[in-house]
Design a protein around this ligand. Structure first.
Ligand code: NAP
Length: 224
């Protein structure tokens, strides 16, 4: 299979990229910092340094067309969290969070639409914070709102892409032990490691679209 994973340089995305290439899937791994990816010696891995908040995606599209030709699975995993009380958040924080967490999902998905194979699966990584009615936490208002937007975008995209046999689902993750979690909840120990969550997402990306389309599924065993 041909796979594209964003936010692949560390955390959950890095573990996901390793799983896909260890299982012989051609994988384009996108992050700004790809130092860790470059150290992985696996012919199935194609890392590319790219800032998903960029205006121009044409070089990225060219790379994906050349290296993969077509795509079976896109995992929009890249994300950014700014932990600040609402009163202290700035316009720049808003733009950074929404450009990374929402606009990049829109732009990348739209950019690669011509490359999707029949029965392709888009998996958007959302968050429990973006689920209506879930527990909310101070400092995470814009992050959580951006993930709420990703969830609704997922539902809308599934509707628009179903005639093209492309499925779109979102996983609303709970706490996973990564740098992002440490930023959001300093000192909190998550019950799930990045590798364990990656294993779940890996299986879901390969098989979940047989059972779900347009769904936002909570994947969480703790609060937070
Ligand atoms: N960890 C949790 O508890 C948790 C809970 C709920 C949801 N999530 C979601 O799970 C996903 C992965 O999170 P994580 O915990 O693994 O976070 P992480 O360790 O902070 O990793 C985030 C990844 O996103 C990439 N990224 C950020 N901005 C980018 C940009 N402008 N262009 C390209 N790549 C960018 C980062 O790489 P570079 O900095 O190299 O670009 C990094 O690889 C995120 O969407 C997050 O919101 C995580």
């Amino acid at each position: 299979m041909n796979i594209v994973i964003t936010g692949a340089g560390k955390g959950i995305g890095l573990e996901l990229s390793k799983l896909f290439v260890e299982n012989n899937h051609n994988t384009i791994a996108i992050s700004r910092n790809i130092n860790t990816l470059k150290k992985i010696d696996n012919p199935f891995l194609r890392p590319i340094s790219f800032d998903l908040t960029s205006v121009d995606y044409s070089d990225l599209l060219e790379f994906m067309s050349k290296e993969l030709g077509s795509i079976d699975i896109l995992i929009n995993n890249a994300g950014l969290l700014i932990n600040k009380n609402f009163n202290n958040l700035t316009d720049a924080d808003f733009d950074t969070i929404f450009n990374t967490n929402v606009k990049a999902v829109f732009k990348l998905t739209q950019t690669v639409l011509p490359l999707f194979n029949k029965n392709a699966h888009i998996v958007n990584i959302s968050s429990m914070g973006g689920v209506q009615g879930s527990s909310k936490f101070p400092g995470l208002s814009l992050y959580s709102a951006s993930k709420g937007a990703v969830s609704i975008l997922t539902e809308c995209l599934a509707e628009e892409l179903k005639e093209e046999h492309i499925s779109v689902n979102a996983l609303a993750l709970g706490a996973v032990q990564t740098e992002m979690l440490e930023n959001a909840f300093p000192g909190f120990k998550a019950p799930i490691s990045a590798h364990e969550m990656a294993k779940y997402i890996y299986e879901f990306a390969l098989t979940g679209h047989k059972y779900y389309n347009g769904k936002v599924l909570p994947v969480s065993s703790s609060t937070p």
